[in-house]
Design a protein around this ligand. Sequence first.
Ligand SMILES: [Ca+2]
Length: 463
Amino acid sequence: MTKSTVVPFHSLAAVVLAALIVGCAAPPAAEHTEPPNIIVIMADDLGYGDVSPYDGWIETPNLDRLAAAGMMLTDFHTSGAVCSPTRAGLVTGRYQHRAGVPAVLLADSASPLYHQGIDSEAHTISEAFRELGYTTAILGKWHLGYLPQFNPALHGFDEFRGFVSGNIDYQSHVDRMGRPDWWNGETLEDEEGYLSDLIGDHAERFIAGHRDEPFFLYLAHHAPHYPYQGPDDPAERYAGDDTFPGVGAVTDRKRAYREMVESMDASIGRVLDALEEQGLSEDTLVWFFSDNGATRVGSNGPLRGFKASYWEGGHRVPSLAAMPGRIAAGSTSTAITSTLDVMPTVLAMAGGAAHPDLPFDGTDIGPVLFDGEDAPPRRLFWSSPAQFWRGAAVRDGRYKLVIDRRTQRAAAAEGEEIIDPVPMLFDLEADLGETTDLAADEPQLVEEMMAALERWREDVGAP
Ligand SMILES: [Ca+2]
């Protein structure tokens, strides 16, 4: 669904009128006369099998609390399979290819991908909320451009406490090139603290400081992305030094990973507590999800593949949304949903819509969250430049088409001559683990999905 006009937030008179109408028609508990606060919480590289609401291997009592208070989405997908692309799609509601970020941005200035970043013409979620009178903040990871012009303070965020690169030391906040990377707006300004705790500190302060005005808060956690460092592990990276191991020196990575997820969960608990203390729980949507699937250190549960692939393990992620009184407590939805839907949905809640020249690729899934309806039928697409994993995928109802160039390269190495991409087809309702290729049985469906992929590639400029 796309809307073609920008709808400014209600005038005060309209809010008062709406309050009177709601006050007459509905019981007091249903009154929501204030514009809702929005808190989007994104984990980094967290997998479908990592956290307890999804029967994962790590106990996450605060995510359990979120699931009990709201809705668990079981078929929720990231628009990319790595960090930057998903983030570009999230903050624009459009496929990331349209925002100039089809691939992961790299910290090494020798790479062209160091110099790229979010398109200056993009209409970001923070800009949209600011136009509606909201206060906006990002706490944590940006990863949509290293150069000064890409700083989130210049893309709609009133407040930015966090880092611009793909990964930093959880203790020293130094990036993988040995540069300090902790910012207060456009100024480098380091603070003491373990990363997840720092994000929690700032979130508590922000919520308390803005309790009387509508806010949009984007909490972009780093956990459990490497370097693998738990709260009690020492700093490994120091400014000016780039000789440290990229993924970290800790040998028991599983232990560190678990502690990282636990620290993020505790930090999220502080956010939920702060909302309760400020009396804002019922006025605030809290929406949690990951930016792509887990690496081999984590778990994608029953799903095939890992981060950076277009198997389900690369892009189907945990997603929990809670808003007491609006989203049914303890509910589950199997609707096919996407990170691209976040901006259309939360903006519609605030009375906003897409920029007229930049229609959303995502959909307002308010009917899924608030009314338990199914999502409208549509196709989801994945494709990225040859960076880690060559290939593409299309989701259409129960079926998924996957093109895996790596499988083809392996076949080529065995002497098979393969030129064109070979599509595989899976029935996710019967085969969530993508084990049985049905392409030979369903040539018509494969042809239709390949044609749709081709049209989409041309539309968004994907490789
Ligand atoms: Ca990531």
